[in-house]
Design a protein around this ligand. Structure first.
Ligand code: PAD
Ligand code: ZN
Length: 361
């Protein structure tokens, strides 16, 4: 029997979102219904609402979520009803050429639930990033659920489902930050701050936070930055070089994703260093760089999809480190809100007032 629950819907470009009744089908083969306990408000949800990702309205928003498995379809063995899970938006297929080569974090054929959730009039919903978790319950593919220690609070755990994992993974997976490294992070929102926390976890000796917003720099210090640079008033390339004996940082992470921040990252890195692009650019952005510099500086220019994470490996490990007091995830939660407050949370995010607002159900 399908069930009716409440969910946050974006009906059209730039229209304020509304809470509506949605219909969640029973899980089919390989599918799972999850009772959502918490879901963070991410910039990507706002991108969907603004029509920046696709035109497949109406969207069921929300994707940084944790909850309890309510029911599972035929053939589901990974999780059982009652399990505490974090949802992910890249369910590893195990069959594609990346998976078969032993690199499942690059999986080229990730999948979501096959059945559609709908409005009560039958209109099909497009769940944000194949999740749709600003809702009391949602339908996902079993591979999108990763069991973690239920001692963690849902509001904190859910954040690992997107931005915080992307940032931590940009540092520890993509950037390969190691003991003693110098790291610079450009853009200190949820993703950049997570890259800072990840760099600290990995043993970086120097962590330079760069942002144009003074408040964001202050919170970056709390996350583990050892130095801060306001790139609105100071040349960040010069500042990073000065802080690294004139050399540049071993790893520079661009958590904004604009041509100007990418160039800053490119020039602020040491010879043979690594640039990691984790901020997501928009289609009209173009980059121009002297090819000789690209060659002459050596090293690696990398992009980080979802922090190159493997949910089954990374989510339980990071939750354990958090529960041991070695990774402060709680500081990412600026405020907890209700399902009806998502539109207001978008406004606060737009003004740069919050790291993460988290809907708690
Ligand atoms: P956010 O809006 O919370 O933070 C962005 C930060 O960048 C803010 O602190 C801004 O002040 C700062 N900023 C803006 N412009 C500049 C600039 N020119 N120079 C320096 N700082 C600047 O966003 P977020 O942290 O949630 O997300 C950041 C990006 O990461 C965004 O593009 C998002 O789409 C992307 C993302 N990527 C993945 C992935 O898989 N690669 C996953 C999740 C989010
Ligand atoms: Zn997100």
């Amino acid at each position: 029997m399908s069930q009716e629950v409440r969910g946050v819907i974006a009906f059209g470009k730039k229209e304020p979102v509304r809470v509506e009744t949605i219909v969640v089908p029973d899980p089919g083969p390989g599918e799972v219904v999850v009772k959502i306990q918490a879901c963070g408000v991410c910039h990507t949800d706002l991108h969907y609402r603004e029509g920046g990702i696709s035109d497949d309205f109406p969207f069921l928003l929300g994707h940084e979520a944790a909850g309890i498995v309510e029911s599972v379809g035929n053939g589901v063995t990974q999780v059982m009803p009652g399990d505490f899970v974090i949802l992910n938006w890249r369910a590893v297929c195990g069959q594609c050429r990346a998976c078969l080569r032993g690199r499942p974090w690059y999986c080229f054929d990730t999948h979501n639930a096959r059945q559609k959730m709908t409005l009560t009039d039958g209109r099909e919903l497009s769940p944000a990033l194949g999740i749709g978790a600003f809702a009391e319950k949602t339908l996902v593919s079993a591979g999108q659920c990763t069991r973690v220690d239920p001692a963690a609070s849902p509001a904190v755990a859910g954040l690992l489902g997107c931005g915080v994992m992307a940032g931590i993974g940009a540092a520890i997976n993509t950037g390969n930050v190691g003991r003693g490294d110098s790291v610079a992070v450009i853009g200190c929102g949820g993703v950049g701050d997570a890259a800072i926390a990840g760099s600290r976890l990995a043993g970086a000796a120097k962590i330079i936070a760069v942002d144009i917003n003074e408040n964001k720099l202050l919170s970056a210090l709390k996350m583990g930055a050892t130095h801060i640079v306001n790139s609105g008033t100071t040349d960040p390339v010069e500042a990073i070089r000065e802080l690294t004996a004139g050399n540049g940082a071993d790893v520079v992470i661009d958590a904004v994703g604009r041509p100007e921040t990418y160039k800053q990252a490119f020039y602020a890195r040491d010879l043979a260093g690594t640039v990691v692009l984790v901020g997501v650019p928009t289609p009209e952005m173009m980059l121009e760089l002297p090819l000789l510099e690209v060659f002459g500086r050596g090293g690696a220019l990398k992009s980080s999809w979802y922090g190159d994470c493997l949910p089954s490996r990374d989510f339980p490990m990071l939750i354990d480190l958090h529960l041991q007091g070695r990774l402060d995830l709680a500081s990412f939660v600026t405020e907890t809100i209700a399902l009806d407050d998502v539109e207001k949370a978008f406004e606060r995010m737009h003004h740069g007032d919050v790291l993460r607002s988290v809907v708690v159900l």
